[in-house]
Design a protein around this ligand. Structure first.
Ligand SMILES: NC(=O)c1ccc[n+]([C@@H]2O[C@H](COP(=O)([O-])OP(=O)(O)OC[C@H]3O[C@@H](n4cnc5c(N)ncnc54)[C@H](OP(=O)(O)O)[C@@H]3O)[C@@H](O)[C@H]2O)c1
Length: 433
């Protein structure tokens, strides 16, 4: 039996995917039952590193999703439209979907999965989170019997590369970003990466699977790394921390009533398992009962690793189609059926430690002022250190014990009111693991 694929996109990941499919020797034998029927691109005149028989390459993507001969659509174009419309058409035409597009799924997942349930087709997206790291299928299957309490990920290679370079070379953000762009690790427009938006798309997908409910993308609190200063990285190191952009989904109460969903730079103790994940690598730490902790690590992007995840989804679908020929039921392990939305706790209720760096006149009593003010708002201090000077202003770094986000920010508002007295300014605020 031969299963026919329509590939939408032949860029980095599309080319990697075609290379695996066209070279099946020594890989899973199901690959030999696949034919690439059509490949949709924007430009037919562009030079390509893989070649196809006459007529396979087309710029008419509608013709692919409407082709009755095609069983599976593999979407590797990126972006929201025309992807959303093409996927909905393909689903309505009874085609299974494999995609690497976290943005489209995080934004339009509810509509796409509803349509897929109704049509009785699969939508698989292993490559959308963690590139080559198998994480979605393990969450659905191998870890599916656990009660998940928290998922913590370094899920964006660009920002992890930038923070690693800043830490290892003492370089500042702008210089490292330029270098990352020259090396091809960062896009010309890096907003989605450095602004934390790409990581937010991914944690929305992970949380939905781990906690068995839909997530509204706008419910993910999102901070990027543009405000992380070389001084903070250096002070964090002196205090025994390393700064990582973490995407966190956490059950807030033991009865599982609401979730905390957030992406922000975080000071991690240097012995935390995620603290040593450097460069463009990704890792996802899953905590649950009874598994305790399990960590997935690997290449979070790139043609080959991402294509490995794409093709694994393709053969999952083919394996099911072969074993369940004639059956109309979807395998619930691969096709989650939840339709309700998870309740998300407001950030003001988050309880965490904080790091804050203040610049102020070097007057006696400033540290006392700070301690009193934090105390008044129920935030106790773990350490207060006057680390150095910047432009004749004293630089004071504070690390708090656990406190609520609301109390901490109330204290900061009051501290800003000291400005007349001590010329105090808040240079940076970060959360501490
Ligand atoms: N790159 C990675 O390492 C990576 C990792 C994980 C997930 N992903 C995801 O994988 C997807 C693809 O990424 P990529 O890096 O492979 O992208 P890419 O290199 O930019 O390739 C995009 C492909 O889609 C085609 N395309 C885009 N818009 C089109 C349109 N409107 N009509 C027809 N064809 C169109 C392009 O055609 P032309 O070739 O003619 O321009 C190109 O072949 C994205 O969703 C991305 O987020 C990528």
């Amino acid at each position: 039996m031969v299963f026919k694929l329509g590939l939408l996109g032949l860029g980095t990941v599309g080319t990697g995917t075609a290379e695996i499919l066209l070279n099946p020797e020594g890989r899973n034998p199901l690959l030999k039952e696949i034919e690439i029927k059509s490949v949709g691109v924007r430009s037919l005149s562009k030079a390509r590193s893989v070649s196809f028989p006459e007529g396979v390459l087309t710029d008419d993507l509608e013709s692919i999703v409407n082709d009755p001969d095609i069983d599976i659509i593999v979407e590797l174009m990126g972006g929201l439209e025309p992807v959303r419309s093409l996927l909905l058409k393909a689903i309505a035409n009874g085609k299974h979907i494999v995609t690497a597009n976290k943005a489209a799924i995080a934004m339009h997942g509810a509509e796409i999965f509803d349509a897929a349930q109704e049509a009785g087709v699969y939508v698989l997206l292993e490559a959308a989170v963690g590139g080559g790291i198998p994480i979605l299928k393990p969450l659905k299957e191998a870890l599916g019997v656990n009660r998940i309490s928290r998922i913590t990920g370094i899920v964006n290679g660009t920002t992890n590369y930038i923070l690693t370079q800043m830490a290892q070379k003492g370089a500042n953000f702008d210089d490292v970003l330029t270098e990352a762009q020259d090396l091809g690790y960062a896009e010309a427009d890096p907003t989605a990466d450095v602004g934390g938006l790409d990581a937010a798309d991914k944690i929305a997908i992970l949380a939905s699977l781990a906690f068995g409910g839909r997530i509204k993308r706008e419910d993910v609190y999102t901070e990027g790394i543009t405000q992380v200063d070389a001084a903070d990285i250096s002070y964090a190191q002196q205090l025994g921390f390393t700064i990582k952009l973490l995407a966190i989904a956490q059950q807030k109460t033991s009865n599982g009533q609401s979730l905390q969903l957030r992406v922000h730079p975080t000071l991690l103790p240097q012995d935390h398992p995620l603290a040593s994940i450097n460069g463009v690598y990704n890792a996802v730490l899953v905590e649950g009962d009874p598994i305790e902790q399990v960590m997935f690590f690997g290449p979070g992007a790139g043609a080959g690793p991402t294509a490995s995840a794409v093709v694994s989804d393709i053969i999952s679908i083919i394996g099911i189609l072969k074993s369940a020929q004639g059956s109309q039921r979807l395998n619930p392990l691969l096709s989650p059926e939840h339709q309700h939305y998870c309740a998300i706790a407001p950030m003001s209720e988050l309880v965490t430690r904080f790091y804050a760096r203040f610049l102020c006149n070097d007057n006696p009593g400033v540290i006392g002022h700070l301690g009193t003010c934090f105390g008044k708002h129920d935030v106790s201090l773990e350490s207060v250190v006057q680390i150095g000077y910047q432009d004749s202003l004293a630089e004071i770094v504070v690390v708090t014990h656990d406190g609520t986000e609301a109390n901490f920010h109330n204290a900061l508002t009051e501290i800003r009111g000291f400005s007349l007295l001590d010329n105090i300014s808040i240079a940076s605020v970060l959360r501490v693991w």
